[in-house]
Design a protein. Structure first.
Length: 118
């Protein structure tokens, strides 16, 4: 009875050891999976914050585009419309300024001669 009891005790310990080992490995895998999913959640939260910020900017742009001042500006610029009482001023196209022809380079004595002779 002593030998069989010892054998049963070893088998029981062996089974408990492998069961504990299996539970530890399983727990470690679960913790690793939870950490990975936590990182995924954090990344997605960052993306969500960015998209919410972008959404806020788009709403502000929409509000600006629908404002009466913006609509009036677009009507003036693109449709050539104006307010009542405004005057239209049409300017001629710009022409390039004529360039002066450079005077010939004369020596000082030639300049004096032209001054007194002519």
């Amino acid at each position: 009875m002593g030998m069989s009891n010892l054998l049963e005790n070893r088998i029981f310990r062996f089974i408990i050891f492998f069961l504990a080992l299996f539970l530890v490995v399983s727990l470690a895998r679960s913790i690793l999976t939870i950490r990975q999913k936590e990182n995924i959640v954090l990344d997605e939260e960052d993306k969500l914050k960015g998209l919410q910020s972008q959404n806020t900017q788009f709403h502000q742009k929409i509000e600006n585009l629908q404002s009466p001042l913006y609509i009036e500006k677009q009507a003036r610029e693109k449709l050539n419309l104006g307010r009542e009482g405004d005057y239209a001023v049409i300017l001629p196209p710009l022409t390039p300024m004529p360039t002066a022809t450079p005077a010939p380079l004369l020596e000082n004595w030639e300049k004096w001669r032209e001054l007194f002779v002519y």
